[in-house]
Design a protein around this ligand. Structure first.
Ligand SMILES: Cc1cc2nc3c(=O)[nH]c(=O)nc-3n(C[C@H](O)[C@H](O)[C@H](O)COP(=O)(O)OP(=O)(O)OC[C@H]3O[C@@H](n4cnc5c(N)ncnc54)[C@H](O)[C@@H]3O)c2cc1C
Length: 291
């Protein structure tokens, strides 16, 4: 049962930030409501003031520029990211990830930024964005700041957003030359959250025979999405073979800090991380070779 609250629907960012500043921890922001409404229905969140930001059209956009990269407004629905021609051609891994996120109905309502602000360690966008070295732009009445996505998540359902701040944009830098990126998640039912999700980005050396750099990000494997940095180092400077990817998978699995829950045991999640790092690494490598 959802309790009573006062509802505001600002049309500009400035207006929304003013409400946030005025009502502080008595208020909650709602975007697509796909995660927040569940918490409100369960009585876990009971704001006195609900500020709907969904109508702030200036935060719903996808822009791309060769120099700065891809900019996605926080209120862009998942489905728009999935279908975007720019994203499909330049950052296909993001569109592929979105295609596996929830159902079409949820993707139509849920927003890209809302997903990140919810801070669920099993969310799909975060590992991909971390593998792509993305950052988040946040705003408050005091001004704007930028946070690297890998530092955005602090703990289960806890982000680096400070009181009075809204996430406004996600910036994905241009993909370096000779780079391939891939993502997959293991889940039992197709529209479910990840039991484990893995994103890998590989950049090859100019003669394409060794790995110049790699980023491996794991979802649903720790209280927050994490980078498996030791596993990345195993790939760096070497010719990537199946055996090397297998070794990277084993190391990534040891870097994970998964829990046991109704979906999977800790050891099963570690096994998944190991297998998926190898599988996704192979796909990222194949794409880097063709890039
Ligand atoms: C049936 C179902 C299946 C799902 N499956 C998946 C899945 O497979 N993978 C996956 O990743 N997710 C999944 N989700 C989660 C869901 O897609 C996202 O969490 C959702 O997109 C959140 O976006 P929203 O706009 O609905 O956020 P809301 O529910 O409106 O808000 C979520 C949280 O973020 C805060 N917030 C929202 N926008 C901002 C902002 N711009 N600045 C600051 N704070 C903000 C809110 O205050 C709230 O705390 C599923 C959800 C459902 C209901």
């Amino acid at each position: 049962m959802i309790g009573n609250f006062e509802y505001f629907a600002p049309k500009t960012l400035q207006e929304a930030l003013t409400f946030l500043d005025k009502y502080g921890d008595k208020c909650k922001v709602i975007a697509g409501g796909q995660s927040l409404l569940i918490l409100m229905r369960q009585g876990l969140v009971a704001p006195e003031y609900l500020i709907s930001i969904k109508g702030i059209s200036s935060l719903n956009y996808i822009r791309s520029d060769l120099k700065e990269g891809l900019r996605i407004g926080a209120l862009t629905p998942h489905r728009v990211v999935e279908k975007s021609a720019i994203i499909r051609s330049q950052f296909a891994v993001l569109a592929e990830m979105e295609n596996k996120l929830a159902s079409i109905q949820t993707r139509n309502w849920g927003t890209f930024g809302g997903n990140l602000c919810h801070g669920d360690p099993a969310g799909d966008p975060a590992p991909v964005l971390i593998a792509l070295s993305a950052s988040a732009k946040v705003a408050s009445l005091k001004g704007e700041r930028s946070i690297a996505l890998e530092g955005f998540f602090l703990d289960y359902f806890e982000t680096a957003l400070q009181p009075g701040e809204l996430l406004t944009e996600i910036l994905v830098p241009p993909m370096p030359a000779r780079t391939g990126a891939a993502y997959t998640k293991f889940n039992v039912i197709e529209t479910d959250m990840a039991t484990v999700g893995v994103a890998v980005s590989i950049t090859l050396s100019p003669n394409r025979d060794t790995c110049e750099s790699a980023r491996i990000a794991l979802g649903a494997s720790a209280p927050v999405p994490i980078r498996a940095k030791h596993a990345e180092n195993v790939l760096k400077g070497k010719k990537i073979t199946d055996d090397l990817l297998e070794e990277a998978g084993k190391i990534a699995s040891s870097e994970a800090k998964p829990i046991s829950d109704i979906h999977a045991s800790e050891s099963y999640r570690r096994e998944l991380a190991k297998v998926l790092v190898k599988r996704v690494g192979k796909e990222a490598l194949a794409r880097a070779i063709k890039a």
